[in-house]
Design a protein around this ligand. Structure first.
Ligand code: FES
Ligand SMILES: [Fe+2]
Length: 347
């Protein structure tokens, strides 16, 4: 029987649940020959590309005396600390201590390394849990690999807990209020009832009375390896070809007070229509979408951090409640696994 208590679950949820892949950076941020620091789940990490362009991710910590590896340099396939030149490979093993050849530190695995993958202009890193130390395969959204869809990534850093962003994913009803004066979300009824449908990989939350008028449904995917949302925004004819505008959204805790948001904006367009959508998007639509996202950011970053202690939820928060319950269960289960592992080590 596990003795995991509420405070431990809360603490884990504050920094971010483990055993998941998280988006941590845009691909273009990690240049050849230059290590890139990133912070996620309260951890300092460093990313770099080897000579083949493949990404590696380590703790941003030099095992010699703790300097940030991200202040160092890429040395062929390895990374070297600027302070005294200690060099590590992508597994976190010290391969060279240039100031002292034959140093016994060589060959020691000294810092944590993280599985990393790159797709659709973003870098994802796996944060292991005791339950699942090895990275599971990541089932990315179908839109990422289906040539019928064309997406553009936009990324922001928001000064609020990632948990508020998840709440926002699970709350389609906010759109007709918060975004009422936007280009795409000004339409439809302002009253409805929401219904949740459980799915194998998360849940679907939808308005009962309205469909394809505003942000009327969201899929929340929680498949045990990642968390993201999918939603459609109906588009006026003036917005060109491609039907509704689909958003795939991920968020990653940076620390307990801030997070990164990764939103891919997709349309179902091919050939010339694809080019015209990408052009139109860059030329006119992107600014409008930033405007909508800013409304979310503005609202979430001004919610007091302890607001959850005095919330008064109603029927429209059924998705929010579901989201929180699933995350709490995941946190609890990984804490219980850590407790078991600690007991096994002690005996
Ligand atoms: S602290 Fe990195 S080499 Fe000395
Ligand atoms: Fe929104």
């Amino acid at each position: 029987m596990s003795s995991v208590d509420k405070d431990q679950v809360e603490e884990r949820l504050t920094t971010g649940i483990l055993g998941q892949w998280y988006a941590v950076a845009k691909s273009v941020q990690v240049k050849r020959d230059k290590p890139q620091p990133v912070m996620a789940l309260g951890r300092h990490l460093v990313l770099w590309r080897d000579t083949g362009g493949k990404l590696h991710c380590l703790e941003d910590y030099c095992p010699h005396r703790g300097a940030r590896l991200s202040r160092g340099e890429v040395n062929a396939d390895n990374i070297s600390c600027r302070y005294h030149g200690v060099t590590l490979d992508g597994s976190g093993t010290i391969v060279r201590v240039p100031a002292m050849p034959g140093c016994p530190l060589e060959g020691r695995k000294a810092v944590d390394s993280y599985p990393v993958l790159e797709t659709n202009d973003a870098v994802f890193v796996y944060f292991p849990s005791k339950e699942r130390p090895d990275a599971p395969e990541l089932n990315l959204p179908a839109e990422f690999s289906d040539p019928a869809w064309s997406g553009i990534l936009c990324v922001g850093r928001w000064d609020c807990s990632y948990r508020l962003v998840y709440d926002n994913f699970a709350d389609p009803m906010h759109a007709c209020y918060l975004h009422a004066n936007s280009f795409t979300l000004a339409f439809g009824a302002k009253q409805d009832v929401l219904q949740v449908e459980k799915r194998d990989d998360g849940f679907h939350i939808a308005r009962v009375e309205q469909k394809d008028v505003n942000l009327d449904w969201t899929d929340v995917i929680i498949d045990g390896t990642q968390i993201y949302c999918r939603l459609d925004i109906p588009y006026p004819d003036a917005a060109g070809p491609g039907g509704p505008f689909r958003i795939i959204g991920y968020t990653t805790p940076v620390d307990e007070h801030s997070c990164m948001v990764f939103f891919w904006r997709f349309r179902q367009v091919e050939g010339i229509a694809r080019e015209s959508w990408r052009f139109l998007y860059r030329a006119t639509l992107e600014a409008r979408h930033w405007h909508v996202l800013e409304q979310d950011r503005e609202m979430l970053t001004h919610i007091p951090e302890d607001a959850h202690k005095r919330e008064m939820l109603y029927q429209h928060d059924v998705g929010v409640a579901r989201m929180r319950r699933i995350l709490s269960q995941q946190a609890k289960s990984q804490l219980a696994a850590e407790e078991m592992a600690a007991v096994r080590t002690a005996v």
